[in-house]
Design a protein around this ligand. Structure first.
Ligand SMILES: *Cc1c(COP(=O)(O)O)cnc(C)c1O
Length: 362
């Protein structure tokens, strides 16, 4: 049976190493924010070539902490994509600000910089770009818009660890880059985890406080903060996996290459790759006019699929009172998108079968 993802397979690759690390942490008596967390922060800072990195509890927390560090709050507006995971907009609402949605480019699924400009108002304080499915947005252009309008730029890199734009890592363009280590992301732990890549020392120092109840020392509470610490076990696992990340990303890219070469069906639109962006294919997302028909076809042959995302964020009940107006591209793409299996350990026989079945669709 083909699977949409199979997390057990990656664990098997290093189970002995991971088990040994976990046992040594369990016997050490030091479980939170210890030497493994420090090592992960050093290693990711080097990998991303970023000024500072700070770990936290999840990708969602990375966004919330970043907004708080930039003083984004009540009466502020933050421009973001309507076509992303709910957490992107949720983080904006959690700090008391209002998400303003700028329509996407239907080819890349990413926010369209031209539409960002149209959404800027006196209340706009920041832009959260989302490098969706593992492909960078037009990050230089978004940085320029942010600079010209004195706005902060936060990158939601939950799906783009290791992706680059003009050879520079995602997460190092904006004031902050927010990563998630949720198990199905490009680099996942065995629980929840997150990371923020930070440009300025000032913001880094504030984030360190926000992560642990507003202070970094015992009896120091300078701010109302959070409990958003990463634990030693997850950090140790991530340190082991980080060494293999480039290999995993190459495997994802190779699978995508096979899909791009072999899938040949005029009814199915393959993902478009921006030549300036090195796509990491956290998802391989197709577009098709009659999605229900394709779903029936895939189900008939037991090919799993995912719908990311079935509606623009403003259509969820949580935002139903806010009277957002419809955005044509987000509406269209959310009806047409369908993702097929892509993960480093996906067997070539499965890849070929998926291609053959997609080619048979009429
Ligand atoms: C997964 C994801 C998040 C949230 O990350 P968590 O670690 O699950 O909190 C935020 N934004 C996007 C685009 C995501 O894919």
């Amino acid at each position: 049976m083909i699977r949409l993802f199979d997390l057990k397979k990656q664990y098997k690759l290093f189970d002995k190493k991971i088990n040994k690390e976990i046992c040594s942490i369990l016997s050490s008596g030091n479980y939170i924010l210890g030497k493994n967390v420090s090592k992960l922060e050093r290693d990711t800072q080097q990998y991303l070539n970023s000024n500072y990195t700070i770990s936290c509890n999840s990708g969602t927390d990375a966004l919330v902490l970043s907004l708080r560090a930039l003083n984004v709050g009540i009466n502020d507006e933050v421009i973001t994509s309507p076509f992303t995971y709910f957490a992107t907009a949720e983080a904006i609402s959690l700090v008391g600000a209002k998400p303003i949605f700028a329509d996407i480019n239907p080819d890349t699924f990413n926010i369209n910089p031209q539409n960002i400009k149209k959404c800027i108002s006196k209340k706009t304080k920041a832009i959260i770009s989302v490098n969706l499915f593992g492909q960078a947005c037009e990050l230089e252009e978004i940085n320029t818009i942010a600079k010209e309008n004195k706005l902060y730029h936060i990158e939601d890199c939950a799906q783009s660890f290791g992706a680059t734009y003009m050879s520079k890592q995602t997460g190092t363009y904006g004031d902050m880059g927010c990563f998630s280590f949720f198990p199905t992301k490009n680099i996942g732990c065995f629980g929840d985890g997150g990371l923020i890549s930070v440009k300025s020392k000032k913001h880094y120092d504030k984030l360190k406080k926000l992560r642990t109840h507003g202070g970094t020392k015992r009896n120091q509470h300078d701010l109302i903060g959070y409990n958003s610490r990463l634990d030693e076990i997850q950090a140790a696992i991530l340190c082991i996996k980080l060494k293999f990340l480039n290999k995993f990303l190459d495997q994802r890219r190779n699978i995508a290459k096979v899909y791009q070469e072999i899938i040949n069906n005029e009814k199915i639109k393959l993902p478009f790759c921006n030549e300036n962006a090195r796509h990491t294919y956290n998802q391989f997302t197709l577009r098709v006019k009659n999605r229900n028909k394709l779903i029936k076809h895939l189900e008939k042959y037991h090919i799993p699929y995912g719908i990311y995302y079935s509606k623009p964020i403003y259509k969820y009940k949580a935002y139903s009172k806010d009277n957002y107006k419809k955005l044509p591209m987000a509406e269209k793409v959310s009806k047409e998108c369908i993702s097929i299996p892509i993960y480093p350990e996906l067997p070539i026989s499965d890849i070929k079968k998926i291609c053959a079945i997609l080619n048979k669709y009429e």
